[in-house]
Design a protein around this ligand. Sequence first.
Ligand code: BMA
Length: 347
Amino acid sequence: MIPPPMKSPLKRHPANPILTARDVPYPATLIFNAGVCKFEGRYACVFRNDFGRWGDTKFDGTNLGLAFSNDGVKWKVEAKPCMDVDKARAMLQPLIPFRDAHKEIKRVYDPRLTVLDGRVYMCFAVDTLHGLCGGIAVTEDFEHFEAITLTEPDNRNMVLFPDKVGGDYVRLDRPMPVYSHGKDRFDTWISRSPDLVHWGQSRCIVGVEDLVYANDKIGPGAPPIKTKHGWLTTLHAVDRDDSRGKNGWEKKWAKRYHAGLALLDLHDPSKVIAVAGEPLLTPEAPYETGEGATPETDGFRNHVIFPGGMVLEDDGMVKVYYGSADTTECLATAHVDELVAFCLANK
Ligand code: BMA
C-alpha cells in the first residue's frame, strides 16, 4: 500500500501578519510579496507596497519599502521606501539605452533578496511599455542599487541562488509564453550565467503538470536555501476555478495561490530530486482567506499565499516569509530536516 502523502510541517507564526500597512510611516495600503535575508547581523526585508485607497483596485502607485529586524518577527520600517518608480527608472536607464526609462518603466515590484559574496542581490519584476521583465540589481546598503541585468519580456518571479554552482550563477524564473499556450500556463525554469549579465542553458525544471494541486501556473517563490540533501526551494502554485466568485476587492478572483516545495540536485540544480506532493502551505488562516472580512482580513486578492523569503537559521529552523492575500506579510516555520523529508516523501 502506498503511504498517504506526509502533511506539511510548516507552522504559521502566532504573530501573523508580521508586517502590515499600519507599520509603515508613509502612504501604504498593501504590504506583501517581500524579499527577506539575513545581512550584517540583522534581518532585512524589502517589501512591495501598493498604495491607494483601501478597497479600491485602482492604486496610486507601487514602491518598495525597507524594514529591519533583530529576530525576523518584529520589524521596524525605515522612514522612506528604498525604491520608487523614479529611482527604478534612473537605475534601469543604462540597461535600456535607446529608450526613455521615464516612458518605458511603469513599475518595479515583488523583490527577492539573495546574499552572495557579501552583497545583497535583489531580483524584481518590471512592468514596461514593451512587456514584463525580470531585473537583478545589487546593493550593500539598501540605498544605492546598481542594475545588472534585465530579461526580455515576458518573464518574472526571478530568484538567484545564494552560491555559484560549478562556477556559474544560477537563477530560477517563470517565462510567460502566451503565444504557445494562449492562456495562463506558466512553469518554473532554470538558467545559468558566468557573470550575472549573460544568461543561458535555460531549462524547464518543474511544469504545472508536476503539481497535483496546480492547474494554472507555477513559478519560483523565495530564493533557494542550501541543504546537504540539495537546494530546497519554494514555488508558487496556482489552481484556477472559474466558478469562484467575489473573493477580495475585485468583482471576481478565480485563482488560489499555494506555496509548493521542491528539492534540486546540489551539483546540477536543473535535476529535480523531488517535488512535495502536497502544498507546503495552502490558504486557510483568516488573513489568507479573508474570512470574517474585517478591514484587516478582507484582502485585495483573497486565497493568495506567495512565498518570497526563506532564511535557514544555525539551529536548522527555516523561516518562510510569504505575502498573504496580496495584503500583508506573514511568516511560517519548520525544521529543515522536516522540509526535506516532506519533499522526499513524494519521491
Ligand atoms: C501575480 C503577481 C503577484 C501577485 C499574484 C496574485 O500575477 O501580480 O505579485 O501576488 O498575481 O495576485
